[in-house]
Design a protein around this ligand. Structure first.
Ligand code: SF4
Length: 443
């Protein structure tokens, strides 16, 4: 007979107004969906949450008394709610509380509960699968580390839609990643609007992780994800200097030798008008340096052609950059005047037929680079992940150089019958076209 695992239990004290009550309900709903139970008494719980009210002095007194009771009867107490906006007002009286979070910081409260007592997933009891509800196949998952962006690229309206950068605390990201890996995910795709800015808004605050502390910092997060034993792929990395720091993690095989950096252009004039970093020589030097450390590094990028004011010589600079830097994978967009974008006010709109002509020339150069890179892989062995087995001896896979949906594929023949979706396999490449490879499993 199946043994149902004992659910961890949480005690909840909710004080204050209806808004605070709704906050408590949200926290409880989230915890319930993760398999937690609730205890009517403090001493029967693994941890107690006190949702405080700070509206009047009398309400503060009541909140502090409730925290004191919970500490006496249980000892493990997390405080949230209005009084959490001034944590010292609590910690100076109750220094033993385990965490203090402010009003509406549901994710932080739930994260603090995870730190004290981890959820136990039980497929017979939980409504939500261990990895959460996912729209991707089971073996890979997108891991969102932040929302919003502090940059103000003139063609982009994301900051006005989503606001400035808001990073998730490092242990929340890592906890989610671990959950995904435990549920069978073999490839984590790190995404955000600006991945390398991760943690700036949190001032790189550290949080508890695996008995130590982990900082909310690009390098530290990559290093911790790299310890999870699955593929980790970095997307939307803005080319800040500290991106160089993660290259050794790639050289050590901790994270995939793959960087998705949207360079957008290579002409200093256009980059300046875009409000993007403009020193292309420096970027070219850095790419050379990265490739010295990681010879099989794959660079994916996106570029915009026909940006207002782009001249033929600006565009040729872009083509030269593509050829010199040998950008492995590139998406190209013809500039579109998105409503609300500052770039629409820049003089020198490029006619549509010129945009199209530049787009075609760009794609021609890109295809030649990609074809040469693909050709060079013939007769070599590449590491792949299997996306789909067709049951008739064939399978679709991807190499380390290929992100799902946007890059190429590796088509396999005569696949051994025990190979399944999500397996890592070594593949001897037998043939190639501009974007895809063809091969056979050798291990
Ligand atoms: S293009 Fe990217 S980096 Fe620039 S403002 Fe938009 S989201 Fe931020």
């Amino acid at each position: 007979m199946k043994q149902v695992k004992k659910a961890p239990t949480v005690g909840m004290v909710s004080l204050g107004c209806p808004k605070a009550l709704v906050d408590s309900e949200r926290i409880m709903t989230q915890l319930r969906s993760e398999g937690y139970d609730f205890s009517a008494t403090h001493d029967g719980a693994d941890v107690v949450i006190v949702n405080t009210c700070g509206f009047l002095d009398s309400a503060k007194e009541e909140s502090l008394a409730a925290i004191g009771d919970a500490l006496k009867e249980n000892g493990k107490v997390i405080v949230t709610g209005c009084m959490g906006a001034e944590p010292e007002s609590i910690t100076k009286i109750h220094p033993k509380v385990m965490a203090v979070t402010g009003p509406q910081q549901y994710e932080d409260v739930v994260g603090a509960v995870h730190d004290v007592v981890a959820p136990v997933h039980d497929p017979y009891v939980d409504l939500v699968p261990e990895a959460g509800l996912k729209l991707t196949p089971r073996h890979y998952a997108y891991l969102k580390i932040s929302e919003g962006c502090n940059n103000r690229c003139t063609f982009c309206i994301i900051p006005s839609l989503r606001g400035d950068l808001v990073s998730r605390p490092a242990h929340h990201v890592l906890f989610e990643a671990e959950k995904l890996v435990n549920a069978g995910v073999k490839e984590l795709l790190v995404i955000s609007q600006d991945t390398s800015a991760y943690g700036v808004d949190l001032k790189y605050a550290d949080s508890p992780w695996k008995g130590g502390r982990v900082r909310a910092k690009f390098y530290d997060l990559c290093a911790a994800l790299g310890d999870m034993g699955v593929w980790v792929r970095l997307h939307y990395v803005y080319p800040y200097p500290h991106v160089d720091d993660v290259i050794p993690l790639m050289a050590d095989g901790k994270i995939l030798p793959y960087l998705d950096i949207p360079f957008q252009h290579a002409s200093p004039n256009v980059l300046k008008a875009m409000k993007r970093p403009g020193n292309v020589d420096k970027i070219a030097d850095r790419i050379g340096n990265w490739r010295k450390q990681v010879p099989d590094l794959t660079l994916r990028s996106t570029f915009i052609v026909g940006f207002p004011g782009e001249t033929e010589s600006d565009f040729e600079m872009l083509l030269d950059f593509m050829k010199d830097a040998k950008i492995d994978r590139a998406g190209c967009f013809k500039y579109e005047a998105v409503q609300g974008a500052k770039a629409n006010d820049i003089d020198g709109a490029v006619p549509e037929e010129v945009k199209q002509e530049r787009y075609d020339r760009f794609m021609q150069v890109q295809q030649e680079i990609s074809a040469a890179k693909s050709d060079a892989k013939i007769d070599t062995i590449v590491q792949c992940i299997v996306d789909e087995v067709d049951g008739e001896g064939g399978a679709d896979a991807r190499s380390m150089a290929d992100a799902p949906e946007i890059d190429g594929k590796v088509f396999l023949r005569d696949v051994p019958s025990d190979v399944k979706q999500g397996d890592y396999v070594s593949v001897l490449v037998e043939d190639a076209d501009a974007y895809d490879l063809y091969g056979v499993v050798v291990e």
